[in-house]
Design a protein around this ligand. Structure first.
Ligand SMILES: *Cc1c(COP(=O)(O)O)cnc(C)c1O
Length: 428
């Protein structure tokens, strides 16, 4: 007796699907973090796997913003700078983020964009190592990190060397004594690969260089230990895993040992030692306050502060464990359901080497992500052909991921997507 190949494939896939459904149900039933999902206002009928690009709305944000607007701004007016703690908000929110990245209080300030904070951090690093001419960064780094490395190097007469993380040790063995700063991200924003932050930081330090980390794709998703690892400088955004809202303030961490010598390139009045005084010259404030620049975006800061309460009482080692369960489960779905219809998983299967997203490659990534969104599953893509699925252990379920994989398989199998390449411009 023979079976047609197509029928055999369908049978095998159907069985895999039942096993995956049972596994998802079991993992979700055993999930101690499941109640945290109620801290987010997720729209009904939507599977949201793009929180690594824009975190969803935390339930604590609307009432906090209503209070900030109507009572604080509307009623208390300018008295809010002192009376409602507006002046201290960048430091207060900075400390709340510090708690998530392993920074003791007084070393993290919130404000401005990641790009501005990178400019500050790279410039400050160059000033801390004035006799060293090289700035090392990842050729695969996020675009703004690459552009700003070039800009700061140009202004300071440094040379940029593009060295992938796995080649850093070898590069430093040859040229380490000329390196001022090493600027990397713990997680590759396209592939989701996780690098060894501890080993890379140690390698930089052995060479006498500073370690600057961009934590955009790590903070809130993994336990970080910037103090313990001796990280020199770090930056990150407020709107990905921290869910602080569109354009949420970013942050800058500078280790306390660097504060006294920290030269910031943008010497705004908020970072002055006596911001309301009559001084004619810039004298930096003591501590991390010197990294403040101008008047902070209070409404956005207060939204971010409220968003961070979603982490109250949450142990990030458990967030990490669930994140790995989610990405591991999705990789399994990808292997069983999606690889057979033309997707190539590129996120490492080794749990020590993956962050909080899974990336698949497919030549029609753009059309597939669009078709998926029409079915209520929101993921995104990055050029040229990466589909990205971000998980956040605070609200993502294994069932969400199976729903995404089954929809994607059906779309690919039916060819129900636009195969045209993306038009230039923002993609969702
Ligand atoms: C998201 C992200 C940024 C964003 O920079 P903005 O100035 O906030 O737009 C920068 N770097 C990395 C690594 C990112 O993932």
């Amino acid at each position: 007796m023979t079976t047609a190949p197509s029928a055999r494939t369908a049978h095998a896939t159907g069985r895999a699907h039942t096993a995956l459904r049972e596994l998802a149900a079991r993992l979700d039933a055993d999930d101690a973090l499941a109640p945290l999902r109620e801290r987010f206002l997720l729209p009904e009928g939507v599977v949201y796997l793009d929180g690594n690009s824009l975190g969803p709305l935390p339930a604590a944000v609307p009432p906090a913003l209503t209070d900030a607007v109507t009572r604080q701004w509307g009623t208390d007016l300018i008295g809010s700078w002192n009376g409602n703690g507006w002046w201290e908000a960048p430091l207060r929110v900075g400390d709340a983020i510090g708690a998530l990245i392993g920074a003791a209080p007084g070393q993290t300030v919130a404000g401005d964009s990641t790009s501005v904070q990178l400019f500050t951090a790279l410039s400050a690093a160059a000033a801390l190592r004035p006799d060293r001419p090289l700035l090392v960064t990842d050729p695969g780094h996020f675009p703004t990190d690459r552009y700003l490395a070039d800009a700061v190097a140009g202004q300071r007469g440094l040379e940029v060397r593009r060295v992938p993380p796995d080649g850093l040790a070898r590069f430093l063995a040859a040229e380490g004594d000329r390196v001022a700063v090493v600027s990397y991200s713990p997680v590759d924003f396209r592939t989701g690969e996780l690098y060894d932050m501890e080993a890379l930081t140690r390698a930089a330090h052995r060479a006498g260089a500073l370690a600057l980390w961009d934590l955009c794709h790590a903070a809130g998703a993994l336990p970080l230990r910037v103090d313990d690892l001796g990280v020199d400088l770090a930056v990150g955004c407020g709107y990905k895993f921290l869910s602080g809202g569109p354009g949420a303030p970013a942050y800058l961490y500078a280790a306390r040992r660097h504060h006294a010598a920290l030269e910031t390139p943008l010497t705004g009045w908020n970072g002055h030692a006596d911001p309301f005084g009559p001084s004619r010259r810039y004298t930096p404030a003591p501590g991390i306050s010197r990294a403040r620049i101008g008047t902070p975006p209070i409404l956005s800061l207060l939204a971010l502060e409220a968003a961070l309460t979603a982490f109250d009482g949450v142990d990030l080692t458990r967030v990490r464990a669930k994140g790995l369960s989610l990405t591991g489960f999705f990789l399994r779905c990808a292997g069983e359901l999606l690889a057979p219809v033309g997707f190539t998983p590129v996120t490492p299967a080794d749990p020590d080497r993956r962050g909080s997203q899974v990336a698949l490659r497919h030549p029609h990534a753009h059309g597939l992500v669009r078709a998926l969104a029409e079915r209520g599953v929101i993921a995104d893509m990055r050029a040229p052909d990466f589909l990205r699925f971000g998980v956040n252990a605070l609200y993502t379920t294994h069932h969400d991921l199976l729903t995404a994989a089954l929809n994607l398989r059906d779309i690919a199998r039916a060819g129900a997507y636009d195969p045209a390449p993306p038009a230039p411009g923002p993609v969702t």
